[in-house]
Design a protein around this ligand. Structure first.
Ligand code: G3H
Ligand code: 13P
Ligand code: ZN
Length: 311
């Protein structure tokens, strides 16, 4: 099956009360882990590429690796640009064969966000590509840009109808308390999402797919492995899976997960070297890393997203 857009995935996810996982990819092992997991769970999946991934791996490599994934499975796979910073980056990805792009002008003033987003939508739709945009501001780190918690801003339900109708976007990323990275809450803070805001946005945009960024849960068993085997991730706290499950049953159709994959990959490598200090063949430790990441993705699909057997 060739790469697909997220259109049909989201229609089914909305009606079915589940969400599709959007997992960040940077190299071959990560792509294999995610696609093997999705394939074994018979789940649709979104592989997403950030600016950092483009810089690290070279977009041409990533395109061919994703193509290899498509040729070796029969599940629906979308290739998505994560946090496209400007029209040029979105255009380059569309020209490169991506089936979905995010234009993230959420830090720009209202009129500018609308104008840039609209321009991307026009180009994307002319090329059969779908567009995600964002309203509101998430705290955390993305592509080396740090938004302090005090500068984060929940999405205002009063703005979503005007924004979606003026831009023509296909899905909307909102801020309801998620944030990027592995340190989302301080110890003692209540790690809750504003499900009330999501419900209100859902009622203003019936049938419209909502996206959650910064949705890693930072599983404590994996953090404990990192800390036990020489790492230092004190106070890494994520979004409780119970909160994400509630969101997936509502209007949220796409849930972005990156940090949890990194934690799984790194935990396996740290453990591998302590258990096998003489190993120096990358295939040995990358096999463990890939397997642990695959288990993490399966866990998300089955226990959080609800997208198993929906391919
Ligand atoms: O939202 C950001 C993603 O986690 C990608 O992270 O920019 O370090 O590749 P990155
Ligand atoms: P996490 O850092 O919570 O995994 O979020 C990833 C993300 O939103 C990618 O766009
Ligand atoms: Zn994000």
């Amino acid at each position: 099956m060739p790469l697909v857009t997220t259109k049909e995935m989201f229609e089914k996810a909305y009606k079915g009360g589940y969400a599709v996982g959007a997992f960040n990819v940077n190299n071959m092992e990560m792509i294999q882990a995610i696609v093997e997991a999705a394939s074994e769970c018979r789940s649709p999946v979104i592989l997403q590429v950030s600016a950092g991934a483009r810089k690290y791996a070279n977009p041409v490599y990533l395109r061919h690796l994703v193509q290899a994934a498509v040729e070796t499975t029969d599940i629906p796979i979308a290739m998505h640009l994560d946090h496209g910073a400007d029209f040029e980056t979105c255009k380059a990805s569309i020209d490169d064969g991506f089936t979905s792009v995010m234009i993230d002008a959420s830090s720009k003033p209202w009129d500018e966000n609308i104008a840039i987003t609209k321009k991307v939508v026009e180009y994307a739709h002319d090329h059969g590509v779908v567009v995600e945009a964002e309203l509101g501001k998430l705290a955390g780190v993305e592509d080396d840009v740090k938004v302090e918690a005090k500068d984060a801003m929940f999405t205002s339900p009063d703005e979503v109808e005007e924004f979606t109708s003026k831009t023509g976007i296909d899905s909307l990323a909102i801020a309801i308390g998620t944030s990027h990275g592995a340190y989302k809450f301080k110890p003692g803070q209540d790690p809750k999402l504003r499900i009330d805001i999501l419900e209100e946005i859902g009622s203003r945009l019936p049938g419209f797919p909502i996206v959650l960024h910064g949705a890693s849960s930072v599983p404590q068993d994996q953090v404990a492995i990192i800390n036990k085997f020489g790492g230092e991730m004190p106070n890494a706290i994520g979004i409780p899976e119970s909160e994400l499950k509630k969101a997936a049953k509502l209007a949220v159709c796409k849930i972005n997960i990156d940090s949890d994959l990194r934690v799984a990959f790194t935990a396996a490598i740290r453990k591998h070297f302590v258990d096998n200090p003489s190993h120096f063949d990358p295939r040995q430790y990358l096999t463990d890393a890939r397997l642990n990441m695959k288990e993490m993705v399966k866990h998300k699909i089955v226990n959080v997203l609800g997208s198993a057997n929906k391919a």
